[in-house]
Design a protein around this ligand. Structure first.
Ligand code: FAD
Ligand code: MLT
Ligand code: ZN
Length: 461
């Protein structure tokens, strides 16, 4: 059966590269969650927009479900193919297509890796400022499909703020050219923004025109150990009022211990309960002095248990490893990831309640907190104890997510800040988005994908 389906695909899309070896099905059928068993029909690796269109038209005719696939660094199961879907990997469509110095835009194919895009922008003396730990393997198409956030959101916003245009092959096989690099366009609905964050459910992003900005001013990087989360928020308020922040991240001693066990060295002589990693503009002596003054004020107020100010790029990179290394250092416990957000101002009240709830709900599990606190985004990672039963663990995590979702609703937050809904958060979508909103999302999905072939089962059924 699958042999005849694939033969008809080969005939409909001449020259299409297909992979069917078991190791490939395994490799391309999963993402970083590693919670679902991969079982795709095959992997298609188109090399052109025309091939993508022909493939989508064929899928409509044959009733084959498609899973768009980038770097599979996703953390919510969005790129998982566990039900005989055809994975459409954009990895061969990874070229930089053009730079426009007047518009300050870079046009790339959707399979371009984030780091390659950042490097290309720097090659033109500019910056593509969206950035995060998986930069070496995630793709622009995946970043757009998840509206990825990361470590510079406090300064530069999310992916959606940097997409001047994109080309989308809809679920019906039409090629839409959206945004077209225009700075201003008031002619009707902005379909580009609908495609951003759609997790492969409306179509396949094949190309993107990215806005670039000037290089960031020199920065100072500071790691502070603080005694409580409340103090951490006080430090944030002080820093935000006096400095131009480029990043403001937090982690806990739990997370740090895992990174240290992975070979990164501790800048302090002990492990503290909470840490802030802040980066702020230090373009001239006055800005540097302002940074030092704020640091000293925090010390005088008794907020700081320990602190280190990086005195070189290498030391700054070392401090960043403490924060960015947590995902990899905890990966072997396949953490159940809650990726929640509330307004920054609501964070202390939300966190106090969340801490109590999670302490009661997970007395036997290790919970590792970290995240983009300056954006109101917390990552709450529940590590699966060695030797425990998958189903029982997930059942308990699901139950606790429901309680957390109730809390988020009361605090006006979201069950997914930046990782997307995918499969993991599908049961909880309705807790922070209204019925009317979800009903409209369904209609929009049908309009883009009338036969329901695009990433079925993701976000909502
Ligand atoms: P994939 O995982 O391949 O796919 C993600 C979703 O996008 C799926 O639904 C897929 O179907 C869809 N998709 C992929 N390509 C296309 C396309 N061309 N057209 C349409 N749909 C498509 N995320 C953050 O937001 N902030 C972070 O700070 C962050 N840090 C991370 C750090 C690490 C170490 C890791 C492993 C992950 C991190 N992530 C972070 C999560 C992840 O890297 C992002 O979600 C990223 O945007 C996914 O890109 P990808 O190419 O790997 O997409
Ligand atoms: C991060 O902020 O490091 C990422 O979102 C990855 C994660 O949550 O594990
Ligand atoms: Zn994150």
């Amino acid at each position: 059966m699958s042999a005849s389906v694939l033969e008809s695909l080969r005939q409909s899309v001449p020259g299409l590269l297909l992979k069917t070896a078991p190791a490939d099905l395994e490799h391309y059928g999963r993402d970083w969650t590693r919670r679902w068993s991969p079982a795709p029909l095959a992997i298609a690796l188109p090399a052109s927009v025309e091939q993508v269109q022909a493939l989508v038209r064929w899928a409509n005719g044959s009733g084959t479900a498609l899973v768009p696939s980038g770097g599979r660094t996703g953390l919510s199961g969005g790129a998982v193919a566990a039900n005989g879907e055809l994975v459409v990997s954009l990895e061969r469509m990874n070229r930089m297509l053009g730079f426009d110095a007047v518009d300050r835009t870079l046009t790339v194919e959707a399979g371009a890796v984030l780091q390659a895009v950042q490097d290309a922008a720097r090659g033109h003396g500019l910056e593509y400022p969206v950035d995060f730990g998986s930069r070496g393997s995630c793709t622009i198409g995946g970043n757009i499909a998840t509206n990825a956030g990361g470590i510079r959101v406090i300064r530069h916003g999310n992916t959606r703020d940097w997409i001047a245009g994109l080309k989308l092959v809809t679920g019906a096989g039409e090629l839409l050219e959206l945004g077209r690099g225009l700075v201003k366009d008031a002619s009707g609905y902005d379909l580009r923004q609908l495609a951003i964050g759609s997790e492969g459910t409306l179509g396949i992003v094949v190309e993107a025109t990215l806005r670039l900005t000037g290089p960031p001013p020199p920065a100072q990087t500071l790691l502070l150990a603080v005694p409580t989360f409340q103090v951490l928020m006080d430090v944030f308020a002080l820093f935000r009022s006096r400095l131009e922040l480029q990043a403001f991240e937090f982690l806990t001693g739990h997370g740090l211990r895992h990174v240290l066990a992975h070979g990164v060295s501790n800048p302090f002589d002990q492990v503290h309960p909470w840490y802030v990693l802040a980066e702020y503009d230090a373009a001239d002596e006055a800005a540097e002095a302002a940074g030092l003054a704020v640091f000293e004020e925090a010390m005088e107020r008794g907020w700081v248990l320990d602190g280190v100010l990086a005195n070189s790029r290498e030391q700054a990179a070392q401090l960043w490893r403490l924060r960015e290394g947590i995902t990899e250092a905890t990966a072997r416990w396949r953490p159940y990831k809650n990726d929640v957000s509330v307004r920054v101002a609501a964070m202390p009240a939300f966190l106090a309640e969340a801490q109590q709830l999670l302490g009661e709900a997970y007395p036997d599990f290790e919970v590792v907190w970290f995240g983009h606190i300056g954006d109101g985004n917390l990552h709450i990672n529940v590590l699966q104890p060695d030797g425990s039963d998958d189903e029982a663990f997930l059942r308990q995590c699901g139950h606790v997510t429901e309680l957390l979702a109730g809390l988020l609703r009361r605090h006006g937050g979201s069950i997914s800040a930046e990782h997307g809904v995918g499969l993991l958060k599908k049961p909880y979508l309705g807790s922070t988005r209204s019925e009317a909103e979800v009903a409209l999302m369904r209609q929009i999905r049908r309009a883009f994908d009338p036969n329901g072939i695009m990433n079925p089962g993701k976000i909502f059924d």
